[in-house]
Design a binder for this molecule. Sequence first.
Ligand code: LLP
Length: 876
Amino acid sequence: MSAAASAPESASGGWIVLKFGGTSVSRRHRWDTIGRLAKRRAEETGGRVLVVVSALSGVTNELAAIADGAADAAGRVEALERRHRDFAAELGLDAEAVLGRRLAALRGLLEDPRAAARPLDWQAEVLAQGELLSSTLGVAYLQAQGLDFAWMDARDWLAALPRQPNQSEWSQRLSVTCQAQADDGWRARFAAQPGRMLLTQGFIARHADGGTAILGRGGSDTSAAYFGALLGAVRVEIWTDVPGMFSANPREVPDARLLTRLDYYEAQEIATTGAKVLHPRSIKPCRDSGVPMAILDTERPELPGTSIDGSAEPVPGVKAISRRNGIVLVSMEGIGMWQQVGFLADVFERFRRHGLSVDLIGTAETNVTVSLDPSENLVNTDVLAALSADLAEICRVKVIAPCAAITLVGRGMRSLLHKLSDVWAAFGRERVHMISQSSNDLNLTFVIDEADADGLLPELHAALIDSGAMPVAEAAVFGPRWRELEGRFRPRPVPWWHAPAMRARLRELAAAGTPRYVYHLPTVRERARQLKAVAAVDRRFYAIKANPHPAILRTVVEEGFGLECVSLAELRHVFAVLPELDPGRVLFTPSFAPRQEYAEAFALGVNVTLDNVEALQRWPEIFRGRRVWLRIDLGHGAGHHQKVVTGGKASKFGLSLARVDEFVDAARALGMVITGLHAHMGSGVDDPGHWRLMGDELAGFARRIGTVAILDIGGGLPIAYSDDEEPFDLDAWAASLAEVRAVHPAFDLVVEPGRFLVAECGVLLARATQVVEKDGVRRVGLDAGMNALVRPALYDAWHDIANLDRLDEPADAVFDVVGPICESSDVFGRRRHLPAATAPDDLMLIADAGAYGHAMASTYNLRALPAEDVIDGPAD
Ligand code: LLP
């Protein structure tokens, strides 16, 4: 739901609070936006609007310098006065008439007898001038536009709470907390103010002594939240210059997702651990009084923004990952300290003495390590030296800095740990000083050296999505990615089976029985032609293991592809389907095959790939005098899942780099000629640069060997299985291969993709058998199971699932989609959105099942193999 574009929940009056920050009040057109939005809200709610504004951007910093006693205070005041007079002129206002009194008050503060000693009450008054000026200017402008706006002094309505225990004089004046509950009298007085719309200042409140108090950093957000709570507002909207909170800092992670809905606690945690869009202090007042909040983008009000409230159904999973720099760790060693009563009390008393508040704590039998967050503390070298000296009286102290705290935020972190293996692996390469899990189960924090954190966030963010720990398919929580909002995301094209004619055809085919695979040959041709257009590649084989259906083999061969086979049975199949095929267009790439398969492959005259020395030693007679391709393990793998990585020490494939010379010698001794080098390091690899690296590496070995003319850089090209992924960037791939070709012109480049050619051509049709609710989970069962398509069970693979009979109905209900097999892993997808009316006998479609679908099917539970059909031509 778009908070910006639709009417708020309550249309029966009440208050709505809008807050605009420094950048939103510094330009004339922004004030037009403020006026427009306020008016629209008043109309939508039928109620009244309170607008809270910050000072013009940069002004508070100037005032802080003046309050701190900067030498050229008079000059700074003069510059501020000019800035505001100029802005009044830009707004078409009479600067003297509107601002004269306020500017005089600002100048007067420098003449004030207190100015010399700069007591805190004087500083507060200096700091307050920015908001007083901006709100005065703004209200004059809005009134001039004919809007029913009145100005009010926030100090008449927000009262700083009396001094808290342990609160310093400074924070009691310059970082105050306010009362957030109003009695009826307060509300009645407030309501009696003139004007449908009111404009007031953020950041300032009334001190108990009648003077001015300041809410501290992020104070305007907090002011808006206090007003929202006091008024029992319909909503508090924080209008800012970003679209909302994201799953990571978009500047570091362009794939970060807009978080469209959070509960107060998650939002609080995200605001505290990273996102700067909302001040963490501002959430509590709204939470305590149940006032919903929204973060919205002033420049793009049509975007959904982030809604924060307490009524959303909790969605478990990681919502955001953040990084805080400048963290200081203090590690304290004390022998046998746990036996010492009061040790921790002694330790923390010393932190208190230096005004330091501790963030994370890790304890061991002889060590306590704590972190200090610079945003909460004044941690400079003097403070740390004094603290260390104090602590040294009771333990051995080590300060570790600068560190970065990387925090995962989300509900139910403890139950997610099993999904975080890739995250742990990423951290495994760094030195983790400390891991801390919050007691509210909302965050997990890793502290590492600041330098090690560079570049880590995009990797972690991707790993969280891939592992399912960050459930980005939950459309109620995860919105568009930043890159998408910036217009830098290439969405997937609409699949072929969406066309009404195709749907009708699929329904006809399904009438003959389900489960049934259907392959759309025009899609295969289109993919084949895309690959043929990549000029840097000299020869292409299709890896038939992905889908050996005869019609598909004929189609790709017609498109000029050779065929790559991994077993003798695949070779025989190929020649049975295409008896005329030139054996030179066939490649045999077996793994741990029996002797006979090599012998027959040579007899058939196909190209043979070999990947170990032992076969030469054991069966010299098979290989003597032969021309072979050598498959090498380049030592690094990649792929959409650990189980499809075919490189590196843990993989059974390829000759170890360390044994290449041994192989070459053994082959020479048998009079063999190595004509090709081959590598395939994994399947479903997203990085277009992967193959360039392989080409480079293979070329190096090829030169050493001398007889090699062909470099086969394998298959592994990915497809986008979900809307969340972009189609593979073929142009980038082509460009990187062109570089390889240019640098190594002596060699022919060969590729052997499977998935890329056929995944999208295939769908699996299945009938819904039963729809069952159990303990709050609704499941739709199909007559196809993991025996028909094993990829979800085996690799946690995502396949889109649609109800073909109800494709035009909104997918407004959530189901787990399961099969009939007697295994708990017989699940095609969890929490999938399908039409609520989904019912038994509906025809369901599992998309992108053309690769490794039927080819991996089994008769487990004695269920029959799915049938197969092809569709050719658009009208067929
Ligand atoms: N060449 C060799 C030597 C291979 O082992 C493979 C796939 C390919 C080419 C084709 O890879 P492709 O372009 O399709 O990624 N069942 C897994 C994929 C296993 C791939 C096995 N080898 C899946 O469903 O994702």
